[in-house]
Design a protein around this ligand. Structure first.
Ligand code: GRG
Length: 299
């Protein structure tokens, strides 16, 4: 899987760089921050999902490239804003100082704003008009109040005591709450990656349904693995602070369900994701491999 992800990175990173080749009207400091955040060494999971979903439905990487870039821009913006002092207040991301540490807080806010807007500009011009409109709708929904931003807002509300203390509820209710937050905060952008890949390939309804079922299971598997890595992972390998969740008494899958049951659930979800795209045959081999890798990774 490492080689496959390297191939995606080698394909997508020059295109991300090109997409930041903006006119002289863009502020130089803002542009530097956008480059810093977007080109930082991430795993490029979301572009990989767009490209591999498209390929699994007979599409080409070239046609799916615009949506793949757009999703990574939304992801990069969300990380920059999540790291801000008003949110998670982190100083390390992707092995480097966070954007507001490397630049300043105002520039980091503007950098996120500009990456978000650019994502839609890139997506709008990368596909034929009908598909582009549909793609912008898919991405906007995944990035908005009902998904990424809404999930983040509920997560903060629980952490800061703005809503009733969830940790006082029975474990079954805590799990429902956790899944609802993460389906929106983390899962929605993964699901949108699968949908955009299918859209770029002109996939029929049956294939779109397979990709969506994969995306839903993958998103939750990813989050459980991310929680486990925060509990047990290595800071150098992760390129970000670990142990933050426990330090803040934050509700996570391992704290509610325990380490081993969480690991088992992650593995079961990875198999569910693999099973969802089994009907696409060998063309979905990368998607299957990624689902299994995501719960076995160390970063
Ligand atoms: C601030 C609007 C707004 C949303 C924030 C994405 C997010 C919502 C918060 C990020 C906090 C976090 C660490 C969530 C866990 C899941 C996650 C998105 C991890 C990072 O994704 P990876 O592992 O990162 O794909 P790389 O750096 O490899 O791209």
């Amino acid at each position: 899987m490492a080689d496959s992800l390297d191939r995606v990175r080698n394909f997508i990173d020059p295109l991300l760089e090109q997409a930041l080749d903006l006119s002289g009207d863009a502020s130089p400091r803002l542009l530097d921050a956008m480059r810093y955040a977007l080109l930082a060494p991430g795993k490029r999971l979301r572009p990989a999902l767009v490209l591999w979903a498209s390929a699994a439905c007979g599409g080409s990487w070239e046609v799916a490239a615009g949506p793949a870039i757009a999703v990574e821009m939304i992801h990069a913006y969300s990380l920059v804003h999540d790291d801000l002092p008003a949110m998670d207040d982190d100083d390390l991301r992707r092995g480097r100082p966070t954007c507001h540490r490397a630049f300043d807080e105002a520039t980091a806010i503007l950098c996120g704003d500009a990456l978000q807007a650019l994502a839609f500009e890139v997506l709008a011009r990368s596909l034929p008009a009908g598909q582009a409109g549909c793609g912008c709708g898919v991405l906007a929904r995944a990035a908005g109040a009902e998904a990424l931003v809404g999930g983040q807002s509920d997560d903060l509300a629980a952490e800061r005591g703005w809503i009733a203390d969830i940790s006082a509820s029975p474990a079954t209710e805590q799990i429902v709450w956790l899944e609802r937050v993460h389906r929106r905060k983390t899962g929605a952008l993964f699901l949108a990656s699968l949908e955009l890949g299918g859209l770029a390939a002109g996939a029929d309804r049956g294939r779109m349904a397979m990709l969506a079922a994969y995306g839903r299971a993958f998103g939750l598997a990813f989050q459980i693995a991310d929680d486990l890595l925060d509990a047990e992972g290595d800071e150098a390998a992760m390129g970000k602070r670990v142990g933050k969740d426990a330090g803040r008494g934050k509700l996570t899958f391992p704290t509610v369900c325990g380490l081993e049951p969480s690991r088992e659930r992650g593995r079961a979800l990875a198999e569910e994701a693999a099973g969802a795209v089994a009907g696409l045959g060998e063309a979905a081999a990368e998607l299957t491999g990624l689902a299994r890798w995501i719960v076995a990774r160390d970063h």
